[in-house]
Design a protein around this ligand. Sequence first.
Ligand code: AN7
Length: 359
Amino acid sequence: MSLFKKSGAHQWRGVIKEYEKRLPVSSKTPIVTLNEGGTPLIYACVLSEMLGNDVWLKFEGANPTGSFKDRGMTMAISKAAEDGAKAVICASTGNTSASAAAYATKAGMVPVVLVPQGKIAMGKLAQAIAHGAKLLQVKGNFDDCLTLAKQLSEQYPVSLVNSVNPYRIEGQKTASFEVIDALGFAPDIHVMPVGNAGNITAYWKGYKEYYADRISKSLPAMWGFQAKGAAPIVRGKIVKNPETLATAIRIGNPASWKQAEQARDESKGLIDMVSDAEILSAYRLVAAKEGVFVEPSSAAGLAGLIKYKAAKKLPKGKKIVITVTGNGLKDIQWILNGADKPITVPVDVKKAAKVIGLS
Ligand code: AN7
């Protein structure tokens, strides 16, 4: 007997089914889903107090492969399936490859993923391997991987599922719908990390669509933060050798550069940068104070808010949503590196109590 039957419970069906009317799908589209989306929007008490604003975290690490990429991937792979694709390819700093590998496998396609050698987190590498991807480590950075992936998709029968694929942006815009559906209004400011700039582009598109249909009465200012060593949009020029410990956003020539600038300007927002030290400190804080474990890149948005607060450039009393883009379990070394060694105890209640400080 099923517990579900008794309560009439409903499971979240994935972003395509939940937002079908707002996405370019038809009855002919075979929907490839892992029931992504429907992620928690968590009120952050400590951060709200600290920053003098109402702050929520949109926890995208709760997606099936542990990052926001699943929202776009369900669309890209479903449309590739509709077109009869047998193989898909992507360049990735790790999360896109993990997501592409999972969704392509679910669709019975061969995933091919190109990643920068030695520069992706081990958890993400493990995901691509687990899902049976053809994994190529490229002697170059993400930008080189994307160039190679584009060339392969142009010259061979393999579809590109990077966010230059417009279906990716369509799927990712559902995160804005969820924020408004959960809050009942659009936030004043929406903050997130920026790498290839697909996500800020997608969120802005989603917010504009709900606004146009009068589901929300206002639009947020879009605030994006890049890593200092990989901040081409902030600096206004391509960064040839991007460097940051936040490997997910180690990108020197973002594919959606123009669209990100448009989102920034239309929304009267900003795109700025934060140092690796600021990223690490925000990464530790959100885990230690809010119970939300994210990967370092995902903390760039919070790092930016903390920096603005310190510089007295942060308004007060606003409603702010921060997207934390990926799960902390993907890249654990940054917590373990600075941590004390775990204490080993015998099976002895007195000794254990002493170590804990109970006696
Ligand atoms: C955790 O996986 O580009 O600005 O190839 O994994 O939309 O690129 C990942 C990007 C933020 C930046 N946070 O988003 C890839 C990839 C995390 C990420 C970003 C990424 P975009």
